[in-house]
Design a protein around this ligand. Structure first.
Ligand code: ADP
Ligand code: MG
Length: 635
């Protein structure tokens, strides 16, 4: 019998388990039972879809056996089993998703030396057995095959695999417990009551009976003597959590269920447990995570809910069950109206599934709206993590999801200095206000310094700050909210002036026509127009974009691939503050060269303020130097 080595990363994980000082070693039992339950699911599913007559649900029990003499604990399942290749593949390498993400965390934790707490955060799977056992054997026979194999390992040294004997299909795992130490009493895992409570705690909802012989002492009939009676007991209640009545389920049960099933280590922000009767009936247990998973905004993230039919697991991550804009929701759906034979391809065309998706969409929406209304703090936390997704939802649906999602949006308000909803903005609008004003930029700080903001704030109008790339695209899709149109304060007409002010502005533009023209000529095709500004207070100049593409949109678009040849540009209008001394200086300027230099400098300054690069930084700096020298000479 030859010893085989574990693959490198398995060895690392194994070392970690063997030397673990983790305090919740008890989770090993949960992991092994969950594997037994998976294996039973696989066989039961096969039996249903292939009409296997030799498989009965009643036979698919999971048994626990204790042997105090050899200090061993054995788990027996009658599931699908593993053949030789599978034993090698599944128990010799880390190939599975849960363990894979664990592996990634492991890498990180190696850097900061905190092995311990990550064990609880993931389903670490089979290797968890080595936290409590010095030797583990796995005897397995695959359903439908003749040969059984025995896998055996004492940890680091590697494992052996040999042909063996087993009468029926399934897997028997035996753990030979470690010797007790001063800190650790492994004997407790030979105690019936400890095991019973561990099963209740971690595996109560497993749908197969978990059975164990339990000793109770009973009074003999017609005598005062007691005798030990051994009875086989089912330790778990077997009712899936989502089938139980909500009022009987504690928050902790929901949380544990979520963390265990969906590989998260923080409690969910929100649990949604719902049961729908109708054309299509189903139970759904949904969770909103409290943090966006690391890969959430990347292509790696896979959305979807687990799908069950009458309590039988059909598939993981059925993406058809959850709309794109709520893709952060995790959970499961169990319906009695679905065929077990449904395949991934069929899901896309399944009408019942569409109905379920629609109901789930409505439910999530109303739960979020409730949270916003009654539990603002949590809602804002949710929004920090997933608000972006809602905006994408409106944008990517070309506005079709506007009605569903617009009330859930929040933006930073300049006046209130906190996040507010669009409804709140509109409620606080000034009487004559026609638009929802907003400004875009990289950060709240940067936006608040934009010259265009000053006048609005001065006049007492509130402003929403948009800091996400998708913001303006989303707003373009929405167009209006409660009949108030959105207005970018750095774009087009602000519509703020009184009739008189408008006339005054026209007059100023007329009177300074020549000067404005010569600046425009000096700047050539960099600008589409040069105007006297009505939106500036203390700043000399600003850039405004003409209607259409805004500056922020130009920046976003320029970063997209394939834009190099035909970049989308915002039409830039240079506005000059007529109340700024520079305006008079320009009015008096006669020298064409000087006008050119000043125009260029003012334009560059405006670019910088808007967060664009100046086209020629060296030229810009040279011009400033020249001016500085001239100023010095003139003193
Ligand atoms: P995971 O359960 O996340 O896939 P584990 O480390 O717990 O990872 O198990 C690895 C794999 O070993 C399982 O995916 C399964 O294929 C196989 N396996 C483990 N235990 C059993 C079992 N009792 N019966 C059949 N296969 C099993
Ligand atoms: Mg597992």
């Amino acid at each position: 019998m030859s010893k085989k080595q574990f693959k490198a990363e398995s060895k690392r994980l194994l070392d970690l388990m063997i030397n673990s000082i983790y305090t919740h070693k008890e989770i090993f039992l949960r992991e092994l039972i969950s594997n037994a339950s998976d294996a039973s699911d696989k066989l039961y599913y096969k039996a249903l879809t292939e009409n296997l007559s030799d498989i009965n649900k009643e036979d698919l029990k999971i048994e626990i056996k204790i042997d105090k003499n050899e200090r061993s604990l054995t788990l027996i399942d009658h599931g699908i089993g593993m053949n030789k290749e599978e034993l090698e593949e599944n128990l010799g390498t880390i190939a599975k998703s849960g363990s894979l993400s664990f592996k990634e965390e492991l890498k990180k934790s190696e850097e900061n030396n905190s092995d311990v707490d990550i064990i609880g955060q993931f389903g670490v799977g089979f290797y968890a057995a080595f936290m409590v056992a010095s030797k583990v054997t796995v005897l397995s026979k695959k359903y439908g095959e003749d040969e059984a194999y025995l896998w055996s390992s004492e940890g680091e040294e590697g494992y052996s695999l040999e042909k063996s004997m087993k009468s029926d299909h399934g897997t028997t795992i035996t753990l030979y417990l470690k010797s007790n130490t001063d800190d650790e009493n492994y004997d407790e895992y030979l105690d019936e009551y400890t095991l019973q409570s561990l099963v209740k705690k971690y595996s109560d909802y497993v749908r197969y009976p978990i059975m164990m012989d339990m000793t109770t002492s009973k009074k003999k009939e017609d005598s005062d003597e007691y005798e030990d009676i051994i009875e086989t007991k089912t330790l778990n209640s077997m009712v899936p959590l989502w089938k139980r009545s909500k009022s009987d389920i504690t928050a902790e049960e929901y949380n544990e269920f979520y963390k265990d099933k969906f590989n998260d280590y923080t409690d969910p922000l929100k649990v949604i447990h719902t049961s729908v009767e109708g054309n299509v009936s189903f139970d759904a247990l949904l969770f909103i995570p409290s943090k966006a998973p690391m890969n959430y905004y990347s292509q790696d993230y896979e959305k979807g809910l687990q799908l069950y039919s009458r309590g039988v697991f059909i598939m993981d991550k059925a993406s058809e069950l959850i709309p794109e804009h709520f893709r952060f929701v995790k959970g499961l759906v169990d319906s009695q109206d679905l065929s077990l034979n449904i395949s991934r391809e069929m899901l896309q065309h399944d009408r019942q599934l569409k109905v379920i998706e629609g109901r789930i969409e409505k439910k999530i929406k109303s739960e979020l709206a409730n949270m916003l209304k009654n539990d603002r703090e949590h809602y804002e936390e949710f929004y920090k993590n997933f608000g972006l997704q809602l905006k994408y939802g409106i944008y990517q649906s070309y506005g079709m999801k506007k009605d569903l999602l617009q009330d859930l949006l929040m933006y930073y308000s300049a006046n209130e200095e906190k996040m507010i909803t669009l409804k709140e903005y509109v409620e606080h609008m000034k009487e004559d206000q026609k638009h929802i004003y907003f400004a875009s930029g990289e950060s709240i700080e940067k936006i608040s310094k934009l010259p265009q903001c000053e006048l609005l704030k001065d006049k007492g109008y509130d402003l929403l700050y948009m800091v996400d790339n998708v913001d303006e695209f989303c707003i373009q899709m929405m167009q209006e909210f409660e009949e108030k149109t959105f207005k970018n304060i750095a774009q087009g007409d602000l519509d703020l002036e009184t009739e008189e002010e408008k006339k005054e502005l026209e007059k100023q533009n007329e009177e300074n026509k020549e000067m404005l023209e010569s600046i425009k000529t000096a700047l050539g095709d960099k600008v589409v127009d040069v105007k006297v500004s009505s939106r500036l207070k203390s700043h000399p100049v600003c850039l405004v974009s003409s209607d259409g593409i805004s500056f922020e949109m130009e920046k976003v678009l320029s970063q997209m691939p394939g834009q190099e040849d035909m970049p989308m540009k915002a039409g830039k209008i240079l506005e000059i503050n007529p109340n700024h001394p520079i305006f008079n200086a320009l009015q008096e300027m006669k020298d064409e060269e000087q006008i050119k230099d000043y125009s260029q400098l003012l334009y560059d300054q405006a670019l910088l303020i808007e967060g664009f690069d100046v086209e020629d930084p060296i030229e810009f700096s040279n011009k400033i130097c020249e001016l500085m020298i001239k100023a010095k000479v003139a003193q």
